[in-house]
Design a protein around this ligand. Structure first.
Ligand code: SF4
Length: 441
């Protein structure tokens, strides 16, 4: 570790980052007018922006001070935090690129280098970033370590292997057996052992000694943040719901990428307080909430605003999503007294590593708990594990619950996979069916 770099990092943390945030607030453009269909925006939006800006800003000064790890969203990051890695989430960065409608540009760079257009756009954007150095975040630090888990998909393993090869850095893979019916004890033992076997490797890469006490503190924080996130989502059972799922897509960022850190824990307390206050005062995310919807799959990052407005203008609010729920669903298994097995249970059973029956049962209980009238399923070209089975799920939900549902063909971050006319036609037809069905009941 270099003393000069450490001092610079500390200076940037204490003075540079606050000055940047003050400057950004000062030069902030006049806020875009909010369509009448929406209620007042959440005050926590500002804090969220500050946290993420600070995180990416400080990442530029981290090399030489802390070891940097690039991590997949479903990997048990708590273990890395015990070695004080500075973590970057390429999926989160790709979503940011997608939201800025720059996904096609980055994907194009990866495709020109020979990567298939059929590869997940998060991967192509990240590879495009690696090949070109481009990023809307200013600059991302080169990783010292890659840490992935196939509990979300197999793509991440090959994607991270390509980066490890290109940058000549180590890759740790946490292998999570797919839950075909139920997670077995053998699966738990296998995953728990892998985690413990990682310790000497992580000690060598980080140059730090592992202390179980540190891991326990981090796990406790992670658990509390996830539980608070789960409580925030449950507040959306209120009528009207205090935020939309399009808000939640944004507020998900800290639980994905800063999980286990005090900043995430503090942030969700702030958000929870605001959301509960809105529920108590009857403030809804949209001005008139007549219909309540559930979203399936990852967001269409470059069309969040379009979709939010389309539905709000029709008095329809998304009050739940399988995607946002994923970071609250299994963290109840975390147990500081049994860290290895509990991490195996938590990370081995997440929605994308679980069978379709599990997903159907989960959807049915969410539809029931949140008083949902209809479902929008995003069939995303990028994410095969999330999109395969949606037709069967739609059929089952329609048969068992008489729930109208529409499937939208699009992509998470590659805006070339979007046909406005086709989407608009499908959505209009869906809204008509939904309105007819609700008014008939
Ligand atoms: S979007 Fe799907 S395919 Fe892409 S990295 Fe995430 S889980 Fe894997």
């Amino acid at each position: 570790m270099s003393l000069a770099k450490s001092l610079k990092f500390k200076f940037m943390k204490d003075y540079g980052a606050p000055a940047l945030l003050t400057f950004q607030n000062f030069k902030k453009r006049k806020p875009r007018p909010i369509p009448e269909a929406f209620g007042p925006p959440l005050k926590a939006n500002q804090r969220l922006k500050e946290i993420l800006t600070r995180h990416y800003f400080l990442s530029r000064y981290v090399p030489g001070v802390k070891k940097v790890a690039w991590v997949t969203s479903g990997a048990p990051v708590e273990l890395l935090r015990a070695f004080d890695f500075y973590t970057i989430y390429p999926e989160n960065h790709s979503a940011l690129v997608g939201a800025k409608k720059q996904g096609a540009d980055y994907c194009g760079i990866a495709e020109s280098d020979g990567f298939s257009q059929d590869l997940c756009s998060y991967a192509r954007i990240d590879l495009g970033h690696m090949l070109s150095g481009k990023t809307p975040a200013g600059k991302l630090p080169k990783p010292d370590l890659l840490f992935c888990s196939n509990n979300i998909c197999q793509t991440v393993l090959y994607w991270y292997k390509a980066i490890a090869h290109e940058l000549d850095i180590p890759l740790i893979h946490f292998d999570a057996p797919f839950v075909t019916t139920q997670q077995t004890e053998a699966d738990v033992r296998y995953m728990a052992q892998q985690l413990q076997d990682m310790i000497p490797v992580l000690e060598r890469i980080s140059g730090k000694i592992f202390y179980l006490d540190d891991l326990e503190v981090i796990l406790k924080r992670s658990m509390e943040s996830s539980q608070t996130w789960g409580t925030i989502l449950k507040e959306m059972q209120a009528k009207p719901a205090p935020m939309t799922i399009f808000d939640a897509f944004g507020h998900l960022a800290p639980i994905v990428s800063l999980r286990g850190l005090p900043v995430a824990e503090d942030y969700y307390h702030i958000l929870l307080e605001e959301v509960q206050d809105r529920v108590a005062r009857g403030i809804g995310a949209i001005t008139e909430e007549r219909y309540r919807l559930i979203w399936d799959n990852i967001a269409i990052w470059y069309k969040v605003r379009y979709l939010a407005t389309f539905f709000a203008e029709r008095k329809m609010n998304f009050v739940s999503a399988t995607y946002t729920n994923a970071w609250a669903e299994t963290t109840g298994y975390l147990d500081v007294k049994d860290p290895w097995n509990s991490m195996a249970k938590t990370y081995g059973q997440i929605i994308l590593n679980n069978n379709l029956k599990h997903r159907l049962d989960l959807m049915k209980s969410m539809i029931n708990d949140y008083g949902v009238h209809g479902m929008v399923m995003h069939s995303t070209r990028s994410c095969k594990p999330y999109s395969v089975g949606q037709f069967d799920l739609r059929k089952a939900l329609n048969t068992e619950l008489d729930l109208p549902a529409v499937i939208l063909d699009a992509d998470i971050a590659d805006e070339r996979v979007w046909s406005e006319q086709q989407i608009q036609t499908r959505l209009e037809a869906f809204c008509e069916t939904l309105e007819d069905q609700v008014s008939a009941t």
